[in-house]
Design a protein around this ligand. Sequence first.
Ligand code: GDP
Ligand code: MG
Length: 170
Amino acid sequence: TCGFVAIVGRPNVGKSTLMNRILGQKISITSRRPQTTRHQVMGIKTLEEKQFIYVDTPGMHIMSKDRNKAINRFMNQAATQALRDVDCVVFIIDRTRWTEEDQAVLKRLEHVKAPVILAVNKVDRLGEKGDLLPWLAEVGARRDFAAIVPISAKHGTQVDTLEEEVATHL
Ligand code: GDP
Ligand code: MG
């Protein structure tokens, strides 16, 4: 079997880092500067008899107030297109905070029928803020997520668990 997996999230949450970690090579540009990836980046991974096509989806975070800029409109359309026929969505957030942009991305997922897995990234930075659990409960209640997986894309922590979870939806 073969499935499409969209990786979505606001800039800087670690989408490109996760793609690189999963695909095991530098194919996606990572940067501290938001919006480094203006185009979709795709990668294919084969695991046993399953083939996964991962798509790093920029432009999901664009809020209605800046929809009129041409570049934003373009990215918005690309992002919507990418979600049309996916088998699974990985929605990444940064453990350290939930922002308006995260909320905007979540809103864009409202009509997506594919299962959405919440990946809470940067858990290696856990010590910088309080308990993860109450925060996870609060964020996890914002949608009926197929699963919630805390990860560190940078260090590879629990990325295999996330991949296994994705595999159950293909
Ligand atoms: P994107 O904009 O969502 O594609 O985010 P990037 O993958 O470019 O990552 C943005 C920044 O967050 C970079 O400086 C990454 O090194 C950093 N980053 C990504 N994943 C992690 C993680 O698991 N832990 C920590 N501490 N930093 C991370
Ligand atoms: Mg990126």
